[in-house]
Structure formats: C-alpha cells, structure tokens
Design a protein around this ligand. Sequence first.
Ligand SMILES: Cc1ncc(COP(=O)(O)O)c(C=O)c1O
Length: 356
Amino acid sequence: MNTLPDFPWDRLEQHKERAGAHPDGIVDLSVGTPVDPVPQLVQNTLAAAANSPGYPLTHGTKELREAAAGWLRRRHDVTVDASDVLPLIGSKEFVAWLPTYLGAKRVVFPELAYPTYEVGARLSGAAPMASDGLLALGPQHVDLVWVNSPGNPTGRVLPPEHLRKVVAWARERGTVVASDECYIELGWEEQPVSILHPDVCDGSHEGLLAVHSLSKRSNLAGYRAAFVTGDPALVRRLLHVRKHAGMLMPGPVQAAMTVALGDDEHVDAQRELYAARRARLRPALERAGWRIDHSTAGLYFWASNGENAWDQVSKLSEIGILVAPGDFYGPAGKRHIRIAMTATDERISAAVRRLQ
Ligand SMILES: Cc1ncc(COP(=O)(O)O)c(C=O)c1O
C-alpha cells in the first residue's frame, strides 16, 4: 500500500485557495465531475426502485445486460451477448482492481494517462509501465495493456488502424487488452471507435475487454454506474471473483442504469451542452495565448502556452480559474494543463470574461 503515489489533487490545494479568493468566485475546471442534472427519467426510475430489500445480482438484471448490449449495437456497431455484460460500481474500482483479478505481473498503460491505471498495477504488486510504443517493450511478457480512446487527459482518439495493431500485438503474446471507453459518446472533430468494433477486432472478442461508464454521458458519477464486456471467458472469470468479493451494484442503480442506457435523447442533449461550452472556451484560451493539442474528443482541452505546467496553473488561478497540471498524468505532461468542460454555462462565461 505504501507504494501508492500521493493523491494528485491534494497538491492543487494552494492554487484552489487562490482561485477561490476571486471576487466573483472560483471557476473550477480541474476535475471532470459532471455538474448538469441527472436526467429526470433516470431520477424517477431510481426513486421508483427504492424499495429494494434483497441482495442484487453481481451479474446484474437481465434487463440491464440487454440494455447495455442494445446500446452498444445501436450507437457503436458492436455486438455482444447480453450474458457477457458485467455491471461495475463506477469504472474506477474496476480500473483499480483488474490487474489483481488477472494476477498480472506487468501492466502497460499510456504515457499520458488517467492515474488509476498505474494505481491498479501497484495495488496488485505488478510492474507498472507507461508506454505508447508496444514495439519498444522488449521480450518480457505483458499481462495487461490499457488503451483509452478518447483519452484522458489529451482528448486524443486512436484510429481503428492503431487499435488493430494493439490487438494483433496482444494476441500474438496472450496479453489482455482493456479499453477504457468512458468518453466514447463525446467525439467532436473525430469519432471514436470501440476496441470491440469488427473493423478493429475482426469480429472476435478474444482477449479484449471494453469498459464503459455512465458517469460522463448521463451525469451519473454520483450513482456509480458502469459495465465491462468483451471476451466471454474473461467476463466469466471476472464475474466469479466479483461474486466472491461482494462487488454488487445496488438494485435501484441497476434499474436507473437500464433506463439511461435505453435513452439516447438525454445523451444528445448533454453532448450539445458540452459542444457549446467547448465552442466558447476554446477561442478564449487561444486568444489568451494557449495552444490546444489533440482534444478532438472527450471532456478536456489539453493546452499549453509553452511554460512549465505549474506556472500555467498559477497564472490561471490568479484570475480565479483552477485547472490541472499536465504532470498529474505523466512526466510527458510537464508543459501542458488539462482544462475540463464540466462547469455550468454561467461559470464558463465567467472564465471566458476573465481570459479576455
Ligand atoms: C479515463 C477514465 N477512466 C475512468 C474514469 C472513472 O469513471 P467512473 O469511475 O466515474 O466510471 C475516469 C473519470 O474521470 C476517467 O477519466
């Protein structure tokens, strides 16, 4: 346990205080936590399912699994059997425990990445390795490779040809590929594709897992609602361990998630809110001297004005805007900042005004 890094956001405290001292209040763009309401339909379903005295199934209800399979088919041209869907209590817990479930000894993740991939490797006692070039990894066996497209923090989309190469590399070596697809509904200038799409995996899900979260697409971060699907044999193994470990999604949340997966209207409406925020914030940042890299999808701008990341954080905190330094996500981020679009329209307007 003592090999775990410090929780990165604790290091932002002093900048948060400074931003909070702005007379018109802080504009917090440092975390990707949704701020818009939970869709009414989903709230109503949660409330109606409140009388839930018995234990829920680890595997989830049949309706939930079918709703997940239906959504993947409808929105992402991916066909999975509903029995190969496994609910997760938000995707973070799964990211943190997957290496342990697999008994992994060596785990690879992107050089700029969501910190929990490394945390998961450390929790399981595996060797963590940040690398974007699989060919450079040498002959040592790798048990698990994480990909994340659209990526956090960069908003980069991995094209199907890239994902195909990862799948081919992994299949030659018996390596599991886990694809974190929690931003897949948020493609802007590029459309992300799932690792389970036939153009990527040639119709076989062997050795592949796709992880999906409703936190961002449906504003359900507070419900803890996600699922994993893919290789039937792997999903069975995961189900077996999670049954023993009591990793049960609460019944009312299962009901709410089923309805959320069946409804595209709220997802499209939320997308429009983020698109409008992007369209206002981007030119304001550019006018103020920031260059935006990647960021063709997802919830963040990956930006740089060429200075050290912490100097950029400091500069923005002086005008009451809090952002995350790029080195939270790996040393390659030391000259970037990550700016989240998860603030109300009113707070985005405040940020745009202050950047002038
Ligand atoms: C890349 C990535 N994966 C997983 C998560 C975790 O999402 P949740 O646990 O809410 O499903 C996040 C949250 O920001 C993320 O950015």
